[in-house]
Design a binder for this molecule. Sequence first.
Ligand code: TXA
Ligand code: MG
Length: 307
Amino acid sequence: MTVPDTRVLGCDPAGIAEAAALIAAGQPVGVPTETVYGLAADALEGEAVARIYAAKGRPSFNPLIVHVPDLATAEAIGIFDELARGLVEAHWPGPLTLVVPLRPGATIASLVTAGLSTVALRVPAHPVMQALLRATARPLAAPSANASGRISPTRAEHVLASLGGRIPAVINGGPTQRGIESTIVAATGGELRLLRPGPISVPGAISAARGIEAPGQLATHYAPAKPVRLEASRAEAGEWLIGFGPVAGDATLSVSGDLVEAAANLFAALHAADAESPPKIAVAPVPEQGLGIAINDRLRRAAADHG
Ligand code: TXA
Ligand code: MG
């Protein structure tokens, strides 16, 4: 996505209202939090989330943190056990992110969780991010507001230097207080696991390294259980075809060949392919450009898992 100019909005009610209107229109907006500036978009809209990836130029899809105004909103999206609830009661609002099981029926876009059945949730303390959450009345997916491979921004000027001309606006809330990303802890059954150290220390959490040794505890990425064949122009016997553009499939990522739409539909298509009866999955070619790079990265990993 290219936009002629990135507007710098004030952190007054007028600026918040403009940012909320852009987010309601499906655009990502730079916004201060107490840790780093985030690039926020409506977490319920897959195409809005795809535009975060398009703006960052990220070559792969990782699950994103969902920001919500309070614990009640978080509990509508994720399932908090006693350990998780104890942590968030002590540290929310604040720089702590909890990875918890996704609540069945929650309507978070599958691109936000990259197809996983867990979701990362955080209630930020920053008054500007809080005001934006209230103004949009939407959960906001937000990774750090920097281009892929660049360091996380702690001032609006950093966001402009990295993403200027690629996003419609950034809210200027001055320098962030913490300067480093939130602590991430997984509470998905069993012990708490530290996935990323950060401003808050969680003495009871075991290291992620140990967590990974316990099989099945926390998948790092979603992949279909069936063999995947790439660059398919049609389905062969026993294959369920994921189409793109001119190749019409059982599900088609985007009939018009739009990569934003295709990214938004990717994980739902993979889940559907896994759920249908054909034992194999075929996928039409997707151009290796823009968001197609991240789409192909995920498809190649899905294919390699059975290679
Ligand atoms: O301070 C912060 O956390 C900032 C501000 C903007 O809130 N956000 C941020 O987001 O750092 P991001 O997207 O750069 O980092 C999200 C991290 C990734 O390392 C991702 O792998 C992990 O969270 N994550 C998200 N969902 C996950 C899940 N379901 N399971 C495991 N890890 C997850
Ligand atoms: Mg980052």
